[in-house]
Design a protein around this ligand. Structure first.
Ligand code: NAD
Length: 304
């Protein structure tokens, strides 16, 4: 079709591309002409073991489709090795899909240092390490598209996932800052919050949901966000079953307690701080907050 979004001559690294969402991204980018680095350490859902087979299988699938791909078996903690694999095979990097992930679910009282550290190392550390290793190249070539994978657990919290939700929320902070830093060099960075059937969700979602929430219904958003024609940056998208919606910060009108603000005043007026009706706004930068506060203080001063 004439409007097909193509990725010819683009080099795309997909982490955790051996199964689930990552595999679906890798196959689709390859169908659209991209050269794919299929990264996967081949670990269990909780990050144990390792196997080259899962990445190799996806590379085989891509080649059978007539596409171009190489396998990489390094952990995402070692981003430089993954970037080297891309450069050695294809000479450049255009797109990074930070997708690899594991779970160490346990209630916070029982969470060990290892449960915490491993999740930080894979999700946050992995996205940092790989993106950092490619960042200067993307800046020099004035093109880059990066997707960070968050989770409903990250943006809403979830019982038993203090480690995972912290890392997943952190990934959007990573997106927000890189979007600002990458803007002038045409590096666009966005976060997705997917829901899809995979081994991560096979025992959480009902069979009906598993049937509807295929990874293939998440893929098109990622394809579009990573295309050269898409200038969107710094946003977060919920995506599931073909539904896509962005989300943003909303600030309540708030209360102003003046220069002699007291805890007792706050108690009395607590509903005002927490009420989302009336003059709400949608701040996008720290400076928006400072401007707002200064405006309120100046307006109070000017009152007769
Ligand atoms: P999945 O378990 O099918 O795939 C994850 C892949 O990552 C596996 O193949 C695994 O071997 C690989 N991996 C794990 N640790 C790695 C490491 N250190 N280095 C390289 N590869 C590694 O899971 P999925 O459901 O496809 O999840 C993909 C991403 O989406 C994850 O980040 C997950 O947290 C996130 N996510 C998924 C859902 C969902 O509904 N499936 C919801 C929210 C977030």
């Amino acid at each position: 079709m004439a409007d097909t979004l193509r990725f010819d001559n683009r080099v795309i690294i997909v982490t955790g591309a051996g199964s689930g969402l990552g595999r679906a991204y890798a196959l689709e980018f390859a169908r659209r002409g991209g050269k794919i680095v299929v990264n996967d350490l081949g670990v269990s859902r909780v990050g144990e073991g390792s196997s080259a087979r899962v990445a190799d299988n996806v590379v085989d699938e891509i080649r059978k489709l007539g596409g171009t791909a190489v396998a990489n078996y390094d952990s995402v903690e070692f981003g430089e090795k993954i970037v080297k694999a891309a450069i050695d095979a294809f000479g450049r990097i255009d797109v990074i899909i930070n997708n690899a992930g594991i779970l160490r679910d346990v209630s916070f009282g029982k969470m060990t240092d290892n449960d915490w550290d491993l999740i930080m190392r894979v999700h946050l550390g992995g996205a940092f390490s790989l993106t950092k290793a490619a960042w200067l190249k993307m800046r020099e070539q004035k093109f880059g598209r990066i997707i960070n994978t968050s989770s409903g657990s990250g943006i809403y919290g979830n019982f038993g996932q203090a480690n995972y939700s912290t890392a997943k929320y952190g990934l959007h902070g990573f997106t927000l800052t890189l979007a600002k830093e990458g803007e002038k060099n045409n590096i666009r960075v966005n976060t997705i919050v997917p829901n899809a059937a995979s081994r991560m969700t096979e025992d959480i979602l009902t069979p009906d949901l598993l049937r509807l929430l295929t990874p293939e219904r998440v893929v098109p958003l990622v394809v579009y966000l990573c295309h050269e024609s898409c200038q969107q940056t710094g946003n977060l998208y919920e995506v599931a079953g073909g539904f896509i919606a962005t989300m943003r910060w909303q600030r309540s009108p708030g209360l102003y307690g003046g220069e002699n603000i007291r805890a007792e005043d706050i108690k009395r007026r607590w509903a005002e701080a927490n009420n989302y009706t009336g003059n709400v706004d949608y701040p996008q930068a720290h400076t928006d907050t400072l401007q707002k506060v200064m405006g309120i203080i100046e307006a109070e001063k000017a009152r007769p």
